[in-house]
Design a protein. Structure first.
Lengths: 114, 112
């Protein structure tokens, strides 16, 4: 049973470009969470999605960031017009259901904005 | 405001030297407390979930305990392969279960 798959593992973008981060949850998992880990800081919640629905996006910056989890295919975290402050590790986690279960994390995508 | 504080920030142990990591939390209501291990360049690896004060869980050399205000991760006779950053997180009531608030972590180094 493959774990949570994130790609790419490393992504370099110039300021102003778009970044697309992909997350395929574990088989049978329909709940996806995105977290961001800035250098020397802890993991911060960004968004919680179920298939085709955004449930909680309270941790997402109001501009340039969006997320989706379509009926088919991976969850996508999209960052438009990246700036240097977006450089971070972005982690995706998935769980089979919402209540009383741990979330399994992927290996992360390390975004570097130059 | 919901908050998680871990101490110490860093801990250096000799192989076999037992110790404890602390996680203090402030939350309006606790749905669950999680411990994860994170190796450099990797994602967090799940260790334990604790749901109520007095609960304890064990896995190999690790034992996690929970009170109403804090959790401890006890490491007994650690080995060099236990070196990692240990993360504590809480899931507050009212949020989605895995909307976790993380502490900054404790970096553990175990030397032979």
């Amino acid at each position: 049973n493959a774990g949570v798959m994130q790609n790419p593992r490393h992504l370099v973008r110039r300021r102003g470009q778009e970044a697309r981060l992909r997350c395929s949850p574990m088989k049978g998992h329909s709940h996806v969470y995105w977290y961001r880990q800035l250098p020397e800081e802890g993991l911060k919640f960004m968004v919680y999605l179920q298939k085709e629905n955004i449930i909680d996006e309270s941790g997402m910056p109001k501009e340039r960031f969006s997320a989706e989890f379509p009926k088919e295919g991976p969850s996508i975290l999209r960052i438009q017009q990246v700036v240097r402050g977006d450089s971070a590790a972005y982690f995706c986690a998935s769980s089979p259901r919402q209540e009383r279960t741990e979330a399994f994390f992927g290996q992360g995508t390390r975004l570097t904005v130059v | 405001e919901d908050q998680v504080t871990q101490s110490p920030e860093a801990l250096r142990l000799q192989e076999g030297e037992s110790s404890s990591l602390n996680c203090s939390y402030t939350v309006s209501g606790l749905r669950g407390l999680f411990w994860y291990r994170q190796d450099p360049g990797k994602g967090p690896e799940f260790l334990f979930t604790l749901y109520s004060a007095g609960e304890e869980k064990e896995k190999e050399r690790l034992k996690a305990t929970l009170t109403k205000k804090e959790s401890f991760l006890h490491i007994t006779a650690p080995k060099p392969e236990d070196s990692a950053t240990y993360l504590c997180a809480v899931a507050p009531l009212g949020g989605g279960y895995n909307k976790l608030i993380f502490g900054a972590g404790t970096r553990l180094a175990v030397h032979p």
